[in-house]
Ligand binder design. Sequence first.
Ligand SMILES: [Fe+2]
Length: 168
Amino acid sequence: MKLFELTEDLLTGNKDIDEHHRALLKLGNLVVQPSAIKAEGTIFAEAISFLSNYVMYHFAAEEYAMVSSNYPNYEHHRQWHEHFKHEVSIYVNQAQAEGASKDLKLKVSFAIENWLLEHIRITDRSLAKYLQEQGIDTNIYLPTIRTLKDKGKLPEAFDELSVWSKID
Ligand SMILES: [Fe+2]
């Protein structure tokens, strides 16, 4: 199975958004790479949970940036996020109930390849372009996990250590 990487066509030009996407693909690779699938089912389930947590954080951060900048396509973009979060939650539950399986690995890989990468390429790049057009610095920082918790956009119980320990 091929590993995901943030290729040129996936770059948004917004440093923060690109860094988040790089981390997302790194977590995706943890899930689909052969060493992860051959490991105990619990490790596989853990990797999917990390991916799911990071997806939650990243989407909340992008949505916060959209609301703060009055992004006109916010609702449409948010619906894409909801769809992917729903997909990932199904995989998390399946991994917890059934452990690692080739079928599940393929489903996750397919969702990243056909859904997430497409979303980054089209929808996220539009957002980054808008932020740039608004005169907002292209390196605008997405909010941190702490900020999102303070604003009620992420649950207080959201475990940031579990997310960051698997990246870098
Ligand atoms: Fe997005």
